[in-house]
Write a protein that binds this ligand. Structure first.
Ligand code: ADP
Length: 409
């Protein structure tokens, strides 16, 4: 099946056009600066040169029309007719407590998505706009929503409840939701395949370390805990986000600096984490370079980052009562030799015997623990778009079967 995968942000849309049979992305690209006169569309067909188009793209609907047009373009396109787009899979950030898996988008689902806007005011509205635009341009094509939160929905109450009055959970749905679920699901399933064991025999910790970072404890195929919480701010130190801290700190800073709610929100989400501590950069490559040059604050930022990952490895091993595999993924997890090394340093007591040599020469999916290591350490590049495409195909095929059965009755 050929599936258009869309990831709609407030001013950008990332897309991939994936053939699920071959698992190849026939084209991928991005529209940036939506809403501006100088919006940019970059488009890379799998077998030709990348192109860049600059134009006026004032909203998500026009952006998606551009994406369809470039997919159809005689020179740069990969299809001849828009009917070749057999389904559209949308990444949706927040499914709340409503969605524990991917769903065909119906009017009822759209209503539930709108009901969840309060939980993700920055992310869900552009996701909804993208769905509406895709429905307008491809009215006969099935649309599927794949949620960042869905994989974590079955966490037990001890992992998702906060230590605040229970009524507040009931009233405002304040609880841990967790994000990056598509990635945690994909790499944990790949880990089981690589280890040649069924998921229901494994205890896996997945570390998705990118600009946003989160870890998950995946016990017998189920996410039983994850570091991100009510919002993606909790847990690990990230490029610009603080991660865990004493909640009183923010009240104290607000009082001392006279910050408004929105300023405090910006401080924690945009000016904290790696950039906040180092004062240099939110980008791990630049932090590592600065560490190499002897920059003390960059070293603090790096150490706080790796220490926090290490701490959660210990916490989640305890939570699951053991560990079979630790998986690194995301831009940092896949590429940073230093981060993987420091996280796994002195972890023999936990059964991790790290292979420094293998860690230096990673390529594709690979093992970076020694052959005798009780806990396997794996590097698995994530592929969220492929998961979205495969989920979309599965749901659309199920619908076709339901329709066929209904019409034969
Ligand atoms: P996003 O979360 O936006 O998808 P990515 O998963 O691409 O982001 O991760 C971006 C992060 O990966 C940045 O901090 C970047 O510095 C880091 N990164 C990419 N390549 C390397 C590398 N070779 N060494 C260290 N960090 C890297």
């Amino acid at each position: 099946m050929k599936v258009l995968v869309l990831n709609c942000g407030s001013s950008s849309i990332k897309y991939q056009f994936i053939d699920t049979d071959s698992r190849i992305a026939l084209a991928k690209g991005m529209v940036e600066r939506i809403g501006m006169t100088s919006a940019v569309l970059t488009h890379s067909p799998h077998d030709r040169e990348k192109i860049r188009i600059v134009g006026e793209i004032l909203d998500h609907s026009i952006a998606i029309e551009y994406v369809i047009a470039v997919l159809l373009s005689p020179n740069h396109g990969v299809i001849k007719d828009r009917n070749e787009i057999q389904a559209v899979g949308h990444r949706v950030v927040h499914g709340g407590e409503t969605f524990s898996g991917s769903v065909l988008i119906t009017e009822q689902v759209m209503k539930a998505l709108k009901d969840n806007i309060e939980l993700a005011p920055l992310h869900n509205p552009p996701n909804i706009k993208g769905i509406q635009a895709a429905k307008n341009h491809l009215p006969n094509t099935p649309q599927v929503g794949v949620f960042d939160t869905a994989f974590h929905v079955k966490m037990p109450p001890q992992a998702y409840l906060y230590g605040i009055p229970y009524e507040l959970y009931k009233k405002y749905k304040i609880r841990r939701y967790g994000f990056h679920g598509t990635s945690h699901r994909y790499v944990s399933e790949r880990a089981a395949q690589i280890l040649g064991k069924p998921m229901d025999q494994l205890k896996i910790i997945t570390a998705h370390l990118g600009n946003g970072c989160s870890m998950a404890a995946v016990d017998h195929g189920r996410s039983v805990d994850t570091t991100m919480g009510f919002t993606p701010l909790e847990g690990l130190i990230m490029g610009t986000r603080s991660g865990d801290m004493d909640p009183s700190v923010i009240l104290y800073i607000m009082a001392k600096e006279g910050l408004s709610l929105s300023e405090a929100n910006t401080l924690l989400n945009k000016h904290s984490g790696l950039i906040g501590i180092s004062g240099e950069s939110s980008d791990m490559r630049e932090i590592e370079e600065a560490v190499g040059e002897g920059n003390k604050k960059a070293k603090y930022a790096f150490d706080v980052f790796t220490y926090r990952v290490k701490k959660y490895v210990g916490a989640y091993t305890a939570a699951m009562g053991g560990l079979d595999a630790l998986v690194f993924t995301g831009g940092i997890g896949e590429n940073s030799i230093m981060v993987r090394h420091d996280v796994c340093l002195n972890m023999e007591f936990l059964g991790i015997s790290f292979d420094d040599n293998a860690n230096q020469k990673v390529q594709g999916e690979c093992t970076i623990s020694s052959p005798t290591s009780k806990v396997k350490v794996l590097r698995i590049p994530t592929n969220e778009e492929l998961v979205i495409a495969l989920d979309t195909e599965e749901i659309v095929r199920e619908q076709l079967i339901v329709h066929a059965a209904a019409s034969s009755n």
